[in-house]
Design a protein around this ligand. Structure first.
Ligand code: DIR
Ligand code: MN
Ligand code: MN
Ligand code: MN
Length: 295
């Protein structure tokens, strides 16, 4: 199958500058060549144009840079939707995790039951009301469920995600309101506790089994899901994360399943990184996701 890459050089969904350079870092780490080697037809569609606010954007609410995030999401939604329409696999490079709003909004209308695997230390289930930070990268899953600020949720129109089609893996840092929401929701959550107890093999088997009825599965991989030892170049590192090997195993199992229909790799921040280690980890994981074998 043919793959189309889109970069989203966006860092306004969170507080640490630099994650806008993520797409470059991932390309420099050899993403295109790595996937090409696996005999895919691959095209790099370049980057979505992101506004650069010259002055501090006046915030109408508890949402930082709402206007810019909405515009970027709209542009990404159109691009990703076109890629799916053309029968290609969208591979999105972030950027902070707020970009998942645009990619999911572009993808959900093409499926009856889109499944989502959210690989992340965080839940990204805050809303305008609950967010302690005001950072939109802590909200994309809520928005995709139709919860939160209307300017964001209306990107999904009548195609929001369904709670029962969402699986979180690697969770170890939830805000109080996110915990409360998860308790009463139908979202499936594998925290680090479950990964420790069950092992990644079982966690991934159960995740895929849970999403068996889905006609497509989107992988949203936040590099902070990995342990900061393996992925130091992220804005909100949390100790005690998924290891490099566990993550490879996860990607290999996803490849074997042949179920993934789109994905994004987000939150690579080259300024905070050590010699592009985090972008290189992202590219190595892409290798496994697209079928690289050790022998
Ligand atoms: C935090 C951090 N829960 C927030 N979220 C992050 O700002 O809402 N998500 N870092 O990846
Ligand atoms: Mn995230
Ligand atoms: Mn429809
Ligand atoms: Mn995160």
């Amino acid at each position: 199958k043919a793959i189309s890459i889109v970069g989203v050089p966006m860092d306004l969904g969170q507080s640490r500058r630099g994650v806008d350079m993520g797409p470059s870092a991932i390309r420099y780490a050899g993403a295109v060549e790595r996937i090409e080697n696996l005999s895919y037809a691959i095209e790099d569609c370049g980057d979505i144009l992101i506004e650069r606010p010259t002055e501090k954007e006046a915030s109408p609410s508890n949402l930082k840079h709402l206007h810019t995030v909405v515009n970027a999401s709209l542009a990404l939604k159109r691009t990703v939707s076109e890629i799916v329409e053309n029968g290609k696999f969208p591979l999105v490079f972030g950027g902070d995790h707020s970009i998942a709003i645009g990619s999911l909004a572009g993808i959900t209308p093409h499926y009856e039951q889109l499944g989502v695997i959210w690989y992340d230390a965080h839940g990204d289930l805050n809303t305008e009301e609950t967010s302690p930070s005001g950072n939109i990268h802590g909200m994309p899953l809520s928005v995709a469920l139709g919860r939160g600020n209307k300017q964001l949720t209306e990107l999904f129109q009548d195609h929001p995600l369904k709670e029962e089609n969402i699986v979180l893996i690697g969770v170890r840092a939830l805000d109080e309101a996110e915990k409360e929401f998860i308790r009463t929701s139908n979202i499936t959550v594998f925290t680090m506790h479950e990964v420790d107890r069950l092992g990644m093999t079982e966690v991934m088997s159960r995740s895929l089994k849970h999403l068996e009825h889905c006609d497509g599965i989107h992988l949203s991989l936040d590099l902070d899901g990995l342990d900061p030892l393996d992925a130091p170049g992220v804005g909100t590192p949390v100790v005690g994360g998924l290891s490099y090997r566990e993550s490879h195993l996860a990607m290999e199992m996803l490849h074997e399943s042949k179920r993934i229909t789109s994905c994004e790799f987000v939150e690579v921040n080259p300024i905070l990184d050590e010699k592009n280690k985090t972008a290189e980890a992202a590219v190595a994981l892409m290798g496994s996701l697209f079928g690289e074998k050790l022998k």
